[in-house]
Design a protein around this ligand. Structure first.
Ligand code: DSN
Length: 419
């Protein structure tokens, strides 16, 4: 029996309900994944008890001799995976991984340039409501209206005009590859440093399936829980000459004690990512994404930029039916057991809480073992739910089929009973 079950049945029930939800639904949120039992186990260790402010060999607390081993393991594995000069594995999240770069490389009021949030960028890349947009003068590049891809001539023009100190690459809803070398050329021309936020496609970079920004960017940040399939957390890599400033920015600049149980889980995930099986997994993510994209287009959906080169795609619902909104479809799909998030499409006329688009990705379903034939089924369920007009009977029928289907792809988890 799990100790929580005995000591706190109310909490245990909610945990089990969430676990059962994950087990019985299809996770198509592009930024989510299912960690391995080893990563899950590492995150649930007594390392959570330990204060370890500082870095290996230079701590502000006694008793850190094994903590040092663990943090060094995580660092060494991350360096080997990405080929970077230096890495800080202490950021608690992707946002803090990015903030560490801001603190290391910028002063308040400096100018930054990143992809617009409405075109696939991220909140922390200069959105006005985020600290990155409040404390810095943020400019944004947008996608080409025809190709819906990044236009390097447009980026160069804006960079020459606004003269940023930092150029941010990477996105949370961009289905195409990034040309980090071309960005580096522009950055060097205008005297900026480049920060590549590879949170979404870090697993693809680690396995050589997406161009790496490491040779071209002063800083590379990532979350560790998306395609990299580690615990919910972040990390920041940099060139050797930024190492000291980066480490001071993370601690004591932004954070206090590191979450050592999560750093252990990162070490476990990075160890898994070094295995040949992880490359096979990432290759399958890409194959699945291609088949899912084709199948969705076959059902009459338009994909932003006409397809995908990575793990995600943005479905523009308007081609299917002009009145369909992302908010409605997200809810209908949820009722059918298919979990997605509404997302603005480039040049969307609807707002972020409504949207004309849905973002979908294949990392989590690929972890569960789904392959190309199953992607076609998933597209069919997506279409039946999205075309249902919210009809409860149609949605329940899909829900029953999805529940039955997921029984063949069980997730390794805690053992829950009585829910
Ligand atoms: N919220 C994440 C995503 O879904 O892409 C990015 O931080």
């Amino acid at each position: 029996m799990n100790p929580i079950e005995q000591s706190d049945p109310v909490l245990w029930q909610a945990i089990c309900q969430e676990q059962n939800r994950q087990d019985s639904t299809l996770e198509l949120i592009a930024s989510e994944n299912h960690v391995s039992p080893a990563v899950l186990a590492a995150a649930a260790t007594p390392l959570t008890n330990k204060y370890a402010e500082g870095y290996p060999g230079k701590r502000y607390y006694g008793g850190c001799e094994f903590i040092d081993v663990i943090e060094n393991l995580a660092r060494d594995r991350a360096k080997a995976l990405f080929g970077c000069d230096h890495v800080n594995v202490q950021p608690h999240s992707g946002s803090q991984a990015n903030q560490a770069v801001f603190l290391a490389a910028l002063n308040p009021g400096d100018t930054i340039l990143g992809l617009h949030l409405d075109h696939g960028g991220h909140l922390t890349h200069g959105k006005s409501v985020n600290i990155s947009g409040r404390w810095f003068k943020a400019f944004h590049y947008t996608l080409d209206p025809k190709t819906e891809r990044i236009d390097m001539a447009h980026v160069q023009r804006i960079a020459r005009e606004c003269k940023p100190k930092l150029i941010i690459t990477g996105a949370s809803a961009y289905p195409r590859l990034w040309d980090f070398a071309a960005f580096a050329e522009i950055a060097h021309e205008v005297g900026a440093v480049q920060m590549a936020d590879i949170a979404h496609f870090a697993g693809l970079v680690a396995t050589g399936l997406h161009p790496s920004p490491v040779p071209h960017s002063e800083f590379v940040t990532t979350t560790t829980h998306k395609t990299l399939r580690g615990p919910r957390s972040g990390m920041t890599m940099c060139k050797a000459d930024w190492a000291k400033k980066l480490d001071s920015a993370v601690f004591p600049g932004l954070q206090g004690g590191p979450l050592m149980h999560i750093i252990a889980a990162k070490a476990a995930a990075f160890g898994e990512a070094q295995q040949p099986a992880f490359k096979t997994y990432c290759e399958q993510i890409l194959k699945n994404a291609k088949v899912l994209a084709e199948a969705l287009m076959g059902h009459g959906y338009r994909l932003v930029s006409g397809g995908t080169d990575n793990h995600l795609m943005l479905v523009d619902l308007r081609a299917k039916s002009p009145n369909l909104t992302g908010a409605a479809v997200e809810l209908w799909l949820q009722n059918a057991g298919v979990i997605v998030n509404k997302n603005m499409v480039p040049f969307d006329t609807r707002k972020a809480m409504e949207t004309s688009g849905i973002r979908v990705g294949t990392p989590a379903l690929t972890t569960r073992g789904l392959k190309e034939p199953e992607m076609k089924k998933v597209a069919e369920w997506f279409d039946r739910a999205a075309s249902s007009g919210g009809d409860a009977q149609v949605l329940q029928k899909v829900r029953d089929e999805v529940t039955e289907f997921t029984r063949s792809y069980p997730l390794p988890h805690l053992t829950c009973s009585g829910t």
